[in-house]
Every structure is written in structure tokens, then in C-alpha cells.
Design a protein around this ligand. Structure first.
Ligand code: PHE
Length: 453
């Protein structure tokens, strides 16, 4: 059974694959613009606190759930609590992965297209680029096909092999772009915006954004870490591996800040430009740089690489469901899920100007079908999923049993398990619940009444 499902060959391979899942558009596209619209330094501090206090304990929960059961999110819960309603939480995770994949690959397609656009049509406005269906749809399809080709190779020969090659390349390319940005005149203003916290800017919505970004960035709440954990041998040290994944992901997000803000401020651009920040503002920055054309090509290659190792993990979650639970072959699962993701993603691809009704729809301040999908699946659903999964592991499966499973392969102490259990049972669900509540008008009023926001 183990062999059929596949397994990581080495713990380095696992860490790089899981870091590859975590590191993606979330770090390089989303983190800078969310930081920019939420005031800079203070947001970064809250983000780091969320990673440390909420996400890190929670990462261990997903990993141990996967490794203990060697199953996809649905199968993992079914193994531990057969026939219970909790299985639906696994179902939600699989669905969330599919829906995130559907719009994430659209944005990843733009990033991929920008490699060529930077060379061939640098003057074309971003809006015209994404509005054109003959540009956006084929790019989206190409990106999905690339993802399919990696995932079809399986765990060791597909995902692990490619992550091991692509992640170090990503780091080197990023460092090159950072050095270029930091050496521009006036770059230090950007460093100050990014690092100097101004806590007067912190509101409830800044905390919501920080927590949402933390989950999104670490690929949590939708079973990616359950699934990747399920390919770990029982001898792996989950605590160390999980901590490395969180560390690398946070490092790359911070590096992305150093890549964007110094250059942004050096050229006098607005950090609060929103989701189009890196696509609209960065190319202008590149244009003003010596060797800018080359830097632009580099940058979008690295963005595509980072996105690919993430779409791979998004695709792997539903694929593992079909392989484990439905006994489909890997290639049948991969192609089927790929085609479904393409169909679901079409409205997102067409929502940036191609189809007016899809482009103008709006929900809670998120305009266009694509950004509504990001809000519903990339924000809400991840938070709900993470809250329910931490309750499942902390209360239903139980900290003691989960702790025993966590201790296999590492010298985790009793005390560690107790502290971990406390975070998992109380801190994670309660904090996420409050954050979710504040997303709704009535909940927000309640929190204000209680003096919590
Ligand atoms: N963590 C990925 C990123 O930062 C996005 C992602 C979210 C991937 C959820 C898988 C699951 O880009």
C-alpha cells in the first residue's frame, strides 16, 4: 500500500516540496500588496505573531494527521473516525483545494505570460493583457497543463524532483532582484515602511488580513499539509520538518518585501495599489532600472516557478482523494481534476474585463469573480477549515493520541505535547473564531460591544 501511494525519498525532499507548496504567489504577489494596503510594518509584526502562535502549532496538526493515516484529507478523518460527520471537513478541504487551484492558476498564467510580455510587449497595459480572453485563457490552460505534467510524475519523481531543482533557483533569482532594488537611490524609505511598525494603523481588519495571509501563505486549512504529510515515512521528524517549512515560507515572504518596497519607494510609487501591485508597478520599476528588461524576465520566471510548486500541491490534494478513496489511477485522477479546475476557472479567467458581468460583481469589497473566489476560498474557507481541523485533532482525535503520533520519529517531550495541545485546543480555534466573526457585520458589532475590536 505504502509503495503504491508513493513516499518522499528524503526529509530534505519533503521539506522542499512542502516549502514549495507554501512559497508561491501568496508570498510574492499577495504578501506585498496586502502589506501595502494594510499600512506596512505593523501588519508585518502581526503577521509574524500569527505564524508563530497560530500557524506553527496548526502545521504540526495537519502533518501528523496525514502521516498517522497515510491518507488524503477525507481518508485521514475517515480512518480515525469512521462514519462520523467530521468526514465532511475533509470534503471541504478537497473542494477548497480545487477551487483555489481554479483561480490561482489564472494568476499564475499571467505571471507566466509576463515572461514573454516583458520582452515582446512591455508597453501593453496590465488591464488590457488580463482582459483579453485570447491571452488569459490559453495562459491559464498552459499553466494547468504544466501542473498536470509535474503531478502525473508522482511524489518522488514528479513533485520532489522538481521542487529540489526549482526552489534553490527561486532563492538565487530573488536575491539578485533584491540587490538590484536595494542599490537604487531612496530605497531605504521602502525598508522603513516595511520594517518600522506604526501600531496606530492596526484595526480589526488588519488582524483579519494578517491571519488570512498567514494561513494562505503556509497552504493551511485545505489539507495540503495533510496530503504531503501522508507521504512521509513514520521515521520522519515532523517537528523539525514542519518548523523548517514555516521558517522558509516566512523568510521568502520577508524577502519579497525587500524585493518590492525599496524599489517601489525609490521610484515614488504607491504601496497601496492593491492586487495589481506587482503586475502594474513592478514592470515600471524594471523599466527605470539599468538592465531592467533582464530583471523583469528573471522576476517573472521566478514568480512562475514559485506558483508552479504551489499549484502542484493544490492539484495533489484532490488527486490523492481520487487515488485513495476512489481507487482511480494517478493519471486518470490528475487529468480529470485538471479539466474540472479548468472549467471552474474559466469565469475567473474571463472576469478581468473580458465579460463585464463577471468583472463588475462584488462581495465584501472584492470586485470581480476572481477576487470573490479568492475571498471565499482563499480566505473564508481556509479559516473555517483550519478551525474545524484544529478542533478535530485537539478534541475529537485528542491531543494525547495526536501527541503520541507526533512523537514518533522525534524526541518530542511530554511538555512540548502539553503546550502544543493547549495551543491546538484553545488558542487556534478561539482566535480563528473571533477573526471569522469580525468578517460579518453582526459579529463585528458584537466584538466591539465586548471591547475586543
Ligand atoms: N501557499 C501558497 C502561496 O503562498 C498558496 C496555496 C494556498 C497553496 C493554499 C496551496 C494551498 O502561494
Amino acid at each position: 500500500m505504502q509503495r503504491q501511494r508513493g513516499q518522499w525519498k528524503s526529509s530534505v525532499g519533503f521539506v522542499l516540496a512542502a516549502a514549495g507548496s507554501a512559497i508561491g504567489l501568496g508570498n510574492i504577489w499577495r504578501f506585498p500588496y496586502v502589506t501595502g494596503t494594510n499600512g506596512g510594518g505593523a501588519f508585518v509584526v502581526i503577521y509574524l505573531i500569527c505564524i508563530l502562535l497560530i500557524c506553527l502549532p496548526y502545521v504540526f496538526a495537519e502533518l501528523v494527521l496525514g502521516r498517522r493515516t497515510s491518507r488524503n484529507p477525507v481518508g485521514a478523518i475517515r480512518t480515525l473516525r469512521p462514519g462520523s460527520r467530521w468526514i465532511a471537513v475533509g470534503g471541504l478541504a478537497v473542494l477548497t483545494a480545487l477551487f483555489i487551484l481554479s483561480y490561482y492558476a489564472v494568476i499564475a498564467g499571467w505571471a507566466f505570460g509576463y515572461i514573454f510580455k516583458s520582452l515582446l510587449a512591455p508597453a501593453m497595459p496590465h488591464g488590457a493583457f488580463t482582459a483579453s480572453p485570447i491571452v488569459a485563457v490559453p495562459l491559464f490552460a498552459i499553466f494547468l497543463v504544466l501542473t498536470v505534467l509535474v503531478v502525473i510524475g508522482g511524489i518522488e519523481h514528479g513533485i520532489e524532483r522538481w521542487s529540489k531543482i526549482l526552489m534553490p533557483v527561486l532563492l538565487v533569482l530573488m536575491l539578485a532582484v533584491i540587490v538590484r532594488g536595494l542599490t537604487l537611490d531612496g530605497a531605504m524609505k521602502g525598508v522603513a515602511f516595511f520594517l518600522k511598525p506604526d501600531f496606530s494603523k492596526v484595526t480589526a481588519s488588519v488582524v483579519v488580513a494578517a491571519l488570512g495571509q498567514a494561513f494562505y501563505s503556509l497552504s493551511l486549512g485545505m489539507g495540503a499539509m495533510i496530503t504531503y504529510g501522508s507521504y512521509l515515512p513514520k521515521s520522519a521528524n515532523l517537528r523539525i520538518s514542519g518548523a523548517y517549512v514555516a521558517l522558509f515560507d516566512t523568510m521568502i515572504a520577508l524577502l519579497a518585501g525587500f524585493m518590492i518596497f525599496p524599489a517601489l519607494f525609490a521610484l515614488g510609487k504607491d504601496p497601496a495599489s492593491g492586487p495589481t501591485l506587482i503586475f502594474e508597478v513592478l514592470p515600471e520599476i524594471f523599466k527605470a532600472m539599468p538592465l531592467g528588461g533582464l530583471v523583469a524576465v528573471f522576476f517573472f520566471i521566478l514568480l512562475s516557478i514559485a506558483a508552479l510548486t504551489s499549484t502542484v500541491s493544490l492539484l495533489e490534494v484532490p488527486v490523492s482523494y481520487f487515488v485513495d478513496e476512489r481507487r482511480w489511477t494517478r493519471s486518470r485522477s490528475v487529468w480529470t481534476v485538471g479539466v474540472i479546475a479548468f472549467l471552474i476557472g474559466l469565469p475567473s479567467a474571463l472576469s478581468q474585463g473580458a465579460v463585464p458581468s463577471l468583472s463588475s460583481m462584488s462581495l465584501q469589497g472584492n470586485t470581480s469573480f476572481l477576487y470573490i473566489m479568492d475571498f471565499v476560498w482563499g480566505n473564508l474557507s481556509l479559516a473555517i477549515g483550519a478551525m474545524l481541523l484544529s478542533i478535530f485533532v485537539g478534541w475529537i482525535w485528542g491531543v494525547q493520541r495526536a501527541g503520541d503520533a507526533l512523537q514518533r520519529g522525534s524526541s518530542t517531550s511530554e511538555r512540548f505535547v502539553r503546550v502544543w495541545g493547549f495551543f491546538l485546543r484553545w488558542v487556534c480555534p478561539a482566535f480563528i473564531f473571533l477573526v471569522l466573526l469580525s468578517l460579518f457585520p453582526a459579529g463585528g458589532r458584537l466584538l466591539t460591544l465586548l471591547g475586543l475590536s
